[in-house]
Ligand binder design. Structure first.
Ligand SMILES: *[C@@H]1O[C@H](CO)[C@@H](O)[C@H](O)[C@H]1NC(C)=O
Length: 215
């Protein structure tokens, strides 16, 4: 809740004036704050799934979260064994892979396709998580695909399934909601209010899920 609570009018105005990169600092700060007693996580595979990973690997151009997440988790003692990245916008494969460091190349699986809304589909990553992520693994999910019809069913599935939640170490989620300071987001705030966002984050944290607002 730390980062979400900080996303009041002041923080949103900061976003308006400084752009997305400035507020990108909020969520990892929250991760570090409540991570003090638990990092690095116990032995087990360290897994990252990045939904909305961007068209390039490097974060400097504000197109990608991957290099940012890998660097920050590395600082906290988490070296990801496997990294899955989904991005529906076209990725230039030759320039993309030129930007990926050699040690990351062997761990990165890039899917240049979008997520579907139906979380019960055999091709949905949630089904993969339920079948393949084991107790003791540490799975980090970042969900930011700017599409409510994909994100909300994803989060409802997490909310409804304790077994699924037990396989997730941490979620970073950009939940869009209607806010007077973010007029251009209202189009896809799509009926989600600030209270809806607070309620979802609060209920999931109450269930013990480490969920952080993204970015
Ligand atoms: C990828 O980018 C390179 C370098 O800009 C360019 O030469 C190439 O045509 C691009 N490939 C595609 C499929 O667009």
């Amino acid at each position: 809740m730390v980062a979400l609570a900080a996303l009041d009018g002041t923080a949103c105005l900061l976003m308006l004036s400084l752009g997305r990169h400035a507020v990108g600092m909020l969520a990892p700060l929250a991760v570090q704050m409540d991570a003090l007693t638990q990092y690095p996580p116990a032995a087990g595979r360290k897994l990252l799934m990045d939904f909305g990973a961007g068209q390039g690997y490097e974060g400097q151009e504000l197109r990608s979260s991957l290099s940012y997440l890998l660097a920050h988790y590395e600082q906290m003692g988490v070296h990801f064994d496997e990294v899955w990245a989904w991005e529906p916008r076209p990725v230039n494969q030759s320039t993309y892979w030129q930007g990926v460091p050699p040690d990351v190349k062997f761990r990165l699986h890039l899917y240049n396709t979008g997520l579907e809304g139906d979380t019960t589909s055999p091709a949905h990553p949630i089904q993969y998580i339920k079948q393949n992520v084991q107790a003791g693994d540490f799975l980090v999910i970042k969900l930011d695909v700017d599409t409510q019809s994909v994100e909300i069913p994803f989060m409802r599935a997490v909310q409804a399934d304790a077994d699924l939640r037990s396989r997730i170490g941490e979620i970073l989620f950009e939940m869009h909601y209607i806010h007077q300071d973010m007029p251009w987001f209202i189009g896809y705030g799509d009926g989600i209010s600030y209270n809806d966002a607070l309620n979802l984050f609060h209920s999931l944290r109450h269930e013990g899920l480490r969920i952080h607002y993204w970015p």
